[in-house]
Design a protein around this ligand. Structure first.
Ligand code: 5AD
Ligand code: SF4
Length: 331
């Protein structure tokens, strides 16, 4: 799979051809990363957002409907303890885009890195300035996910009401600061072409990201897009498989949105070549207010992860003992 035409053909595969594509992706994964799934523990730090994405219930225009929350420094540190105690070596702090959280995050990061110097800390907090990113890096964040969502500039700007250029500028800033960088795309957006999905993969290559996610579009309630059809899971799965073949070492999550529309969808993500699963460590009162995908989003638990990792014939990657104390067995 070396040129645009071959990738386009691969994205359309179904049935036996699709199974062959997935098998090639699994082989690429086995040769590069073994059969290991990396677990991330996610903490949702705030549902406040200054952006107004048409697909997201936490969009700015819904401020009056959403009961807004923002974690304290202690809340964040407590949840990190829970993640490390569960034997997980990667923490993902994610939230809506607001500069309000930055001082809290910075202070929490300093405490966390002091306690666990080997923990990987990924932030997913949106666009900020070079200086703001530099402070987060300085405070101990190792990685940053900033999804480009779609490389179709007109589509990006129509759905996000933000300049695409600015997003790319942020991605390059993150790279230059030495973060491990992640991007991501959505598939099945209205008006999105297959060619633009190939461009999404080329963008990931050009920036040289270490992580990339794919999420099928979920029509979420209380958004301007609630009445639209959901993105096809099969297309998102084919994107995962193509990414694995093209970028064998990439960290590729099998996201909960795959499970949201199809039971077994997240397991299929592993079958298609993904190697990362994210377990939710937000407290349930906050979880209910983190309205991404709407109220009945699929919450990934440790037991769900255990089941699908086993079903996929994979094993959980040991977290190399990031905790100074003795840890329990990995989930
Ligand atoms: N459908 C699919 N993915 C979504 N995201 C947000 N809302 C939706 C939706 N309705 C994804 C986007 C965003 C991340 C927080 O979740 O990729 O960056
Ligand atoms: Fe904000 Fe992210 Fe939702 Fe967009 S997708 S409105 S940036 S929380």
């Amino acid at each position: 799979m070396t040129n645009t035409h071959e990738i386009l053909e691969a994205l359309k595969m179904r049935g036996g051809q699709q199974e062959d594509l997935f098998a090639a992706a699994r082989l690429a994964r086995r040769l590069s990363l073994g059969n290991e799934v990396t677990l991330r523990g996610v903490i949702e730090v705030t549902n406040i957002c200054r952006v107004n994405c048409d697909y997201c219930p936490m969009r700015r225009d819904n401020t009056h409907e959403n009961d807004r929350f923002s974690l304290s420094e202690d809340d964040i540190v407590d949840s990190v303890h829970a993640i490390v105690e569960a034997g997980i070596g990667v923490v993902l702090l994610q939230g809506g885009e607001t500069p309000r959280v930055l001082p809290v995050i910075e202070r929490a990061l300093k405490r966390i890195t002091n306690e666990y110097p080997r923990l990987e800390i990924i932030l997913n907090l949106g666009n900020f300035s070079h200086d703001q990113y530099a402070r987060l890096r300085e405070a101990g964040a190792t990685s940053y996910i900033l999804k480009h969502e779609s490389s179709d500039v007109a589509l990006f700007e129509r759905l996000r009401h933000e300049p695409f250029e600015e997003r790319m500028h942020c991605l390059w800033d993150l790279k230059s600061l030495g973060f491990r960088v992640g991007t991501g795309l959505m598939t099945g957006l209205p008006g999105q072409s297959m060619e633009s999905i190939v461009s999404d993969l080329m963008l990931a290559r050009e920036v040289g990201v270490q992580m990339c996610s794919v999420s099928p579009f979920v029509p979420a309630p209380n958004t301007p897009m609630e009445g639209l059809p959901a993105g096809d899971n099969e297309l998102a799965l084919n994107v995962i498989a193509c990414m694995r073949v093209l970028f064998p070492f990439m960290s590729i999550p099998s996201v909960s949105a795959l499970e949201r529309t199809h039971t077994g969808g997240q397991r299929r993500g592993l079958d298609a070549g993904a190697n990362v699963l994210t377990i939710n460590f937000s407290k349930s009162k906050d979880r209910e207010k983190y309205l991404i995908y709407g109220k009945n989003r699929f919450i990934v638990s440790a037991s769900h992860v255990e089941t699908i990792v086993r079903q996929a014939g994979m094993v959980v990657k040991a977290s190399d003992s990031v905790a100074s104390t003795t840890m329990g067995a990995p989930v």
